[in-house]
Write a protein of this length. Structure first.
Length: 178
C-alpha cells in the first residue's frame, strides 16, 4: 500500500530587507513520503527567498514537468521556476526555455559540487538561470527546525539569512554559483 503525504502547517514570516518584502504566509505543505526533512526545509527556505503574493508550491517530487515552486503571471505565463537539489542538464535546459527566470537551489555537499562541475559549462548560454548552493552544514541545521506545525521567521539582509523557530536560530550563507 502506498504511503500518503504528511501534511505540515507552516506560518512563514519573511522579512527580506534586500527586496523590501515583509509578509507572513500561512502554508499547508505536503511532504512526499520520499522527501527528507532537509529537503522540506530547503523548499520552505526557497519559498521565503522568493516570496511574493503569486508564488506557489507545486506538486514537487510527484511530477517531473513541474518545479518545486513557481510563480505565474495573471495570463498564466511562467515567470519564476524554482528547482531544488541536483536537476539533470535536460531539466535545467527545458526549464530555462519555459520560464522567464529559473533558480536552482542545490544542496548536499560534495554531490552538489560534482553536479555543478558536470553541468556548468552547458549552462553558460542561459542568462535567465541562477544557481545557488546551500552548504550541507546549513541545511542539516535547518532540518533540525522541522516540525508538523511550524512558526518560522526568515530574515534576509545583505544576502545573509537567519531562520528562527521557537528558541532555535540557524544562520545560512548561500553561495551564488551562477
Amino acid at each position: 500500500m502506498a504511503q500518503k503525504a504528511t501534511i505540515y502547517k507552516v506560518e512563514l514570516s519573511v522579512c527580506d530587507m534586500d527586496r523590501h518584502y515583509y509578509e507572513t504566509h500561512k502554508l499547508t505543505v505536503a511532504k512526499h513520503p520520499s522527501e527528507t526533512d532537509e529537503r522540506l526545509m530547503v523548499r520552505l527556505l526557497a519559498f521565503a527567498l522568493n516570496a511574493s503574493e503569486q508564488l506557489e508550491m507545486t506538486k514537487g517530487l510527484s511530477t517531473d514537468d513541474e518545479p518545486d515552486i513557481w510563480q505565474k503571471s495573471l495570463s498564466d505565463e511562467l515567470e519564476l521556476w524554482v528547482a531544488l537539489g541536483l536537476p539533470s542538464e535536460k531539466i535545467v535546459r527545458q526549464s530555462c526555455g519555459k520560464s522567464k527566470q529559473v533558480i536552482v537551489y542545490c544542496y548536499g555537499g560534495n554531490p552538489a559540487a560534482v553536479w555543478w562541475d558536470k553541468i556548468k559549462n552547458s549552462t553558460t548560454r542561459f542568462d535567465n538561470l541562477q544557481v545557488i548552493n546551500l552548504s550541507q552544514t546549513d541545511t542539516a541545521a535547518l532540518s533540525d527546525l522541522a516540525g508538523r506545525s511550524m512558526r518560522l521567521q526568515v530574515n534576509i539582509q545583505d544576502g545573509e539569512i537567519m531562520v528562527s523557530a521557537d528558541d532555535s536560530i540557524v544562520y545560512i550563507t548561500p553561495e551564488q554559483l551562477k
